[in-house]
Ligand binder design. Sequence first.
Ligand code: ATP
Ligand code: LTN
Length: 336
Amino acid sequence: MSEINKKIVFSGIQPSGEPTLGNYLGALKNWVLMQDEYECFYSIVDLHSITVRQDPAALRAQIKKFMALFLAIGLDPEKCTLFCQSHVPTHAELAWILNCYTMFGELSRMTQFKDKSQKHADNINAGLFTYPSLMAADMLLYQTDVVPVGIDQKQHIELARNIAVRFNGIYGDTFKIPEGVIPKTSAKINSLADPTKKMSKSDENINSYILLLDKPDDIIRKFKRAVTDSEAIVRYSPEDKPGISNLMNIYSAVTSKTHDEIEKEFDGKGYGDFKLAVGEAVADLLKPVQSEYERIMKDKDYLEKIYSEGAQKAYYVSNKTLSKVYKKVGFIKKGF
Ligand code: ATP
Ligand code: LTN
């Protein structure tokens, strides 16, 4: 069971497609790095994913893929708790309570809500709107200290903090106030097709993203096609050269080279050489992950064991916070 002195980490990812290089460099890589030092809870947030319409058969397959990929990238179930959000009912329960302490105006200001409402104008449902209260519940249930995410989630974490402070202000100390951890060069990996936009697993254009399970040839082809500019100088300048700067961020995150080192390495060389180097570095990074994934996917019983044990532990830990909350707001104890 949990080691009390370790700080708590919580993070989640939606099974709304297949994980991309953006998910990996922005979030998942940090998840792996944190597992030795912290008590970590990592969730496939399936409840969140249905705020956008999903095909049930595809969703089922994606969730299993995500769980296998968690293990393939190096998350160790001995060190962290891996589970599906829908298997742990405390998340939906606390989300309801927090909805009653979250203001309409606050939710209206969320950029993810505005973006997704525009993208899915035919399905602006209440779940899409109250998405951040469920996300706040995810974090607050575990008395989380640290939340590793990409920069797009900063606003949601701020809101969760505000909700927690508000609740604590009314009822006394109940929730720990969590803090976001955002990586330096890979906080926002952009689309290869439109480098002013975030790389996103639910993008319609398959050339806009690299999937963790893309084959090496596809990876190299996608980088070759990546939108850049006509200057033909590898130079970091996100404003004037979003495409090349995005590729430099990727190359830097994968090889640990600084932007200066990358500029020197490709001084006098064309974009062709640079794109090939980025493609090869990414393909090399993903090769061992992919073979590990193939191995794990063959053992469905093992996968089921991991997410079942994960959910049991997550329920045990999170229910302590939920019981505290029920008591604080004035609900009476159940007699069974
Ligand atoms: P969707 O396209 O369905 O909105 P997504 O690809 O944006 O999904 P999420 O499941 O919302 O991915 O995010 C999981 C984690 O990955 C979050 O911490 C998020 O900040 C991070 N992340 C997602 N895309 C990127 C990106 N392009 N660059 C850096 N981090 C990212
Ligand atoms: N909203 C996040 C996914 C997510 C999450 C969380 C991240 C759901 N719950 C709790 C960190 C902590 C997203 O869309 N990327």
